[in-house]
Design a protein around this ligand. Structure first.
Ligand code: NAP
Length: 314
């Protein structure tokens, strides 16, 4: 489902004129326009290519990475029972009708656990404190679900599993911080829901960030503190990321075979970046693009409809 949406979004972007380069950005310089950036050579994150690339406007959508706990056995069973995304991996056959564990006490942990109850025989939620951090409504949803058991004051210390190449996880060592009791829990899946770290190291010292490293954008739009640099998605939103920025609204798209396009903060950033570029081209305040003509369906002197007017998004 996710791949289907990604493929459609990619096709739609390319249809609208985007060139997609699959390479890692290693350095940026936002001190003056055009902005500069440098790429890592393919497969080498240590060095930088010599070529300097430039852009008149930049949209940052580098996202946030799910935190891991570095438990003993984590590396060995990662992808073989251990995951940080129930929605991505929860439907795999290895989890079907099996006992599963979620670690975390926030809203993500609740959503992951509730989602997993549709696949698992039972879901145990390990909460390190004596209460959930999730909203009251979510906490109630979790505690009243008959397939869920919540173990408070409990943390995990080791992931257990088959001792063979590509062996699967089979259990978890857990400890109650209050009683000191340690025991083994049978579990065929472990899902971390212990928060995210935004991928913003590249922009440190150049863009304003909050205390958790998320980029700060102006309320209601995608502007960062540097004019011409915009941010969208999880990299600037730690609160609503799933509900708002991923789903957003949808509207019909005219691209053949694509029924829906999604527009959340990514769409806001794209529109803001386009507006910024148009304003830069016409610094006296006149818009470079005459909207009246566009509405009347007028064409350029060469008879072609300008690119932006053909864009089904606008
Ligand atoms: P979160 O609110 O930061 O919660 C992280 C949870 O992981 C906390 O319960 C924390 O425990 C626990 N944790 C952190 N490190 C741990 C460790 N080393 N060992 C064990 N537990 C650990 O993160 P989130 O749940 O991803 O939510 C992030 C934001 O998105 C929140 O503002 C949330 O409300 C929002 N969100 C909303 C929805 C929704 O409204 N439907 C859905 C998902 C997310 P402590 O409580 O003890 O610190």
């Amino acid at each position: 489902m996710l791949t289907y949406s990604q493929d459609n979004m990619r096709a739609q972007s390319e249809y609208c004129g985007a060139e997609i380069v699959s390479q890692t950005v290693g350095k940026v310089d936002f001190s003056s326009r055009p902005f500069k950036f440098w790429l890592h050579p393919m497969g080498d994150e240590e060095t930088l290519e010599e070529e300097t690339h430039t852009a008149d406007a930049i949209i940052i959508a580098t996202g946030a990475k799910a935190r891991r706990l570095d438990l003993k056995g984590e590396e060995k069973y990662w992808g073989n029972g251990v995951s940080a995304c129930a929605v991505c991996d929860g439907s795999l056959p290895i989890f079907r009708e099996k006992p599963l564990v979620v670690i975390g006490g926030g809203d993500s942990a609740v959503e992951e656990a509730i989602y997993l109850t549709k696949k698992a025989s039972k879901v145990t939620v390990l909460v390190r404190k004596d209460k959930l951090r999730a909203s009251k409504a979510n906490a109630t949803r979790l505690s009243t679900n008959p397939k869920v058991e919540i173990l408070y004051n409990t943390s995990a210390s080791e992931i257990l599993g088959e001792d063979k190449p590509r062996g699967l996880m089979t259990g978890l060592k857990i400890k109650n911080a209050k009683s000191g009791e340690e025991k083994e829990l049978k579990a065929n899946g472990l899902f971390y829901a212990v928060g995210h770290d935004p991928a913003t190291a590249l922009f440190k010292g150049q863009l304003d960030m909050d205390e958790d490293g998320y980029l700060i954008t102006q309320p209601g739009n995608a502007h960062t503190n540097v004019e011409g640099v915009f941010a969208a998605g999880d990299v600037q939103d730690k609160k609503y990321r799933q509900a708002i920025t991923s789903a957003g609204m949808y509207k019909p798209c005219h691209v053949p075979d694509i029924k829906l396009i999604f527009s959340g903060t990514g769409c806001i950033a794209a529109l803001e970046a386009e507006k910024f570029l148009v304003e830069q081209e016409s610094p006296d305040g006149e818009t470079a693009i005459d909207d009246t003509d566009a509405k009347k369906g007028k064409t350029d002197t060469n008879g072609d409809v300008p690119e932006y007017r053909q864009n089904p998004l606008l």
